[in-house]
Ligand binder design. Structure first.
Ligand code: AKG
Ligand code: MN
Length: 197
């Protein structure tokens, strides 16, 4: 027996859809190898997005791979073809979740100053109840979800390297999520696999 899948998946949301955490989709060694590979070989760029009518630089590097391009905050990303490394990660995610994905958005948070603000992944082309598989490598960072309408209920977890968080059901309607800035963090790469219509 290896240590994969030894912890049962848990839903971190109390209601309003599900965000199911699989703590070890990849072993520590696999996670280190994948992190180094992605940092070195993905076509990372810092791109502007539209915020409150103004174009501002995103506080992180991004890239999009797969069959369909990801669009959000007034931009449509250039999409690169799947690499064999990304297809291998996708296969592991699909095997574990029984879901199917045709694109991935990658985010590279170079240090604790890089972040992602509160948002929902609710673009029309993701369908009525988006399924989003979020896989993390590199430094552990705090990830937060709060109720979109009243901002009252907050769930806060550390996303560790090799983990998978599967957001589904009405989670993108009821909850918004963010990756706050933090002091003294090393680099982190996050992949969100999506099914885009
Ligand atoms: O980096 C993360 O954990 C979150 C990424 C995210 O929310 C997104 O790409 O939409
Ligand atoms: Mn998101």
């Amino acid at each position: 027996m290896n240590d994969l899948f030894s912890l049962p998946p848990t839903n971190i949301l109390p209601y309003g859809g599900a965000a199911i955490l699989f703590e070890k989709l990849f072993t520590q060694q696999e996670s280190e190898d994948i992190y180094n590979e992605l940092v070195a070989h993905i076509e990372w760029k810092q791109e502007p997005i539209k915020m409150f009518g103004k174009m501002v630089m995103q506080p992180r590097l991004t890239a999009c791979y797969g069959e369909k391009s990801v669009a959000y905050s007034g931009i449509t990303m250039k999409v690169y073809s799947w690499t064999k490394e990304l297809l291998a990660i996708k296969a592991r995610v699909e095997e574990q979740t029984d879901a199917r994905f045709n694109s991935v958005l990658l985010n590279y948070y170079r240090d604790g100053n890089d972040s992602m603000g509160w948002h929902r992944d609710n673009e029309r082309e993701l369908g009525q109840s988006p399924i989003i598989a979020s896989v993390s490598f590199g430094a552990t960072r705090k990830f937060q979800m709060r109720t979109y309408k009243d901002k009252r209920d907050l769930v806060s977890i550390g996303l560790t390297p090799g983990s998978l968080l599967l957001m589904q059901g009405e989670s993108q309607h009821v909850w918004e999520h963010c990756l706050p800035k933090t002091k003294h963090a090393g680099g982190r790469v996050n992949l969100t696999f999506r099914c885009i219509n």
